[in-house]
Design a protein. Structure first.
Length: 51
């Protein structure tokens, strides 16, 4: 059916002494990283998406 699933979750380890935004960045879960992951799953690059 062409369905692609890519789990995006926080790691099972504690990230100490960081703001939530920094923890999301380290886990690959900030907005630009989510967009890049979604585009990669669709077989598209971020450069083509902008054009």
């Amino acid at each position: 059916h062409g369905l692609k699933v890519r789990p995006m979750v926080l790691p099972d380890r504690f990230i100490d002494h960081a703001s939530p935004a920094r923890q999301y960045e380290w886990a690959g879960l900030n907005a630009p990283q989510i967009v890049a992951t979604a585009l990669a799953a669709l077989g598209r690059s971020s450069e083509r998406a902008r054009g």
